[in-house]
Design a protein. Structure first.
Lengths: 116, 287
């Protein structure tokens, strides 16, 4: 197997490995941006955050129904708590994405990509 | 509501599914923090005792439930990198999960699905009695997947993946599992209707057809568990380090040339079972 791995490393195109590493990193971050709340599943993204903040700015902070990722209406009791939770997750996840992506970009060989 | 995971494992002469289930169960228990139950049979349990893995199984599993090993003529071609072998495959009792599960809300897992994150914890409280993975994501590229990874046949319905299933034990989910059992028992008939190959029984197909029928002959693909990040059976798991980094040889064109990749902290469906077994010792240290 060691010899096979060495052959693979010789064959490996840097871009191919980079592409796989980026793909799996994106998958990991997407997992972190999935948020289950009150029986619904929300995909945390910019439009959800913006919409929730818009509702809060309009004074709608409690008993607000939101449409979740499965198109089901989910009643959110406290929208400010919900906003804080999704904002926290969004920033934590995107910061992790940024840091790990920088590490990927700095790795200029297959071996270094695999070391991350 | 008590929640837990359920894994089926029936050894064949070629594959030690019990060993894989111990790894899968241990990882599920660690990362999801829920109890895990193993469904197996007397001969597989005896093998665990002979091979020295039974003590680990007792540590990992909340319960070990023995059932009669299903009699089957089912066989499948298992790849291990470039080589492959057709082996017996005992997988026909998954529809009994509803009756066997000790939990109110159950995560039914294939033994080759390894959990390295708490992502699935978001789904315990989802207001749906039955959830199943709707798609797969290839670790290399979606281009490696074929039409039959998305549909049960050329003209058939959407293919769901029974690798991960979550259900609440109630009458509504019972009717679905009864339907799955009915499809299994009348597999050739449904193969004729839905135009899939009946020669090898696939749980994915039985679950997909049953779900399609009970959804009113429509496919509601949206309410699903997350896509399954999948390493195909032609990819090889080469090593597992103590930090949980898995190194793979990935074959871009399903031939003998490989490139390398690593995966960490991400749930992963590893179809190459022999490579899980070769790395069992390292994987065991992660549970």
């Amino acid at each position: 197997m060691e010899e096979q791995l060495k052959k693979a490393l010789d064959f490996s195109n840097y871009r191919q490995t980079f592409s796989i590493q980026r793909r799996t990193l994106k998958e990991k971050i997407e997992a972190k941006l999935t948020y289950g709340c009150n029986g619904g599943i929300f995909k945390i993204d910019r439009s959800l955050i913006t919409f929730v903040q818009l509702l809060i700015d309009q004074g709608r902070v409690s008993g607000v129904p939101l449409i979740d990722a499965n198109d089901n209406p989910i009643l959110i009791d406290n929208l400010e708590t919900f906003r804080d939770e999704i904002l926290d997750r969004y920033f934590t996840s995107t910061l992790e994405y940024y840091e790990q992506y920088q590490d990927l970009k700095k790795s200029r060989s297959v071996e270094k990509l695999l070391d991350l | 509501m008590n929640c837990g995971a359920l894994i089926f494992a029936h050894n064949s002469r070629e594959v030690d599914y019990a060993l894989i289930a111990i790894i899968s169960g241990g990882l599920a228990r660690k990362h999801l923090n829920v109890p895990v139950t193993l469904i197996t049979d007397a001969s597989t349990e005896a093998w665990m005792k002979d091979s020295g893995t039974y003590q680990k199984a007792v540590e990992v599993f909340d319960k070990i439930i023995l059932v009669e090993k299903p009699k089957t003529t089912n066989a499948r071609r298992l790849h291990d990198g470039a080589s492959n072998k057709t082996v017996p495959f005992v997988n026909t009792n998954r529809s009994s999960a509803w009756d066997l599960t000790p939990y109110d809300r159950t995560l039914l897992l294939d033994s080759d699905f390894l959990i390295f994150s708490d992502r699935l914890n978001e789904y315990w409280s989802v207001d749906d009695d039955f959830l199943i993975a709707g798609t797969v994501t290839d670790i290399y590229d979606q281009k490696r997947l074929g039409y039959h990874d998305r549909y049960v046949s050329d003209t058939g319905v959407h293919l769901f993946w029974a690798t991960t299933v979550m259900f609440t034990k109630n009458e509504r989910s019972k009717s679905l599992f009864d339907m799955i059992d009915y499809v299994k028992k009348n597999y050739e008939y449904y193969a004729d209707i839905f135009r899939f190959d009946h020669r090898q029984f696939r749980n994915d197909i039985a679950f997909s057809v049953a779900k399609h029928i009970l959804d009113g002959f429509t496919t509601e693909a949206k309410i699903t568990l997350p896509p399954l990040l999948t390493a195909l059976d032609k990819d090889i798991l080469v090593s597992v380090d103590t930090n949980g980094k898995l190194t793979f040889l990935v074959t871009p064109n399903s031939d003998s040339e490989f490139c390398a990749a690593t995966i960490k902290n991400t749930d992963l469906h590893i179809m190459n079972k022999q490579s899980i077994i070769r790395n069992a010792e390292s994987l065991m240290t992660l549970i």
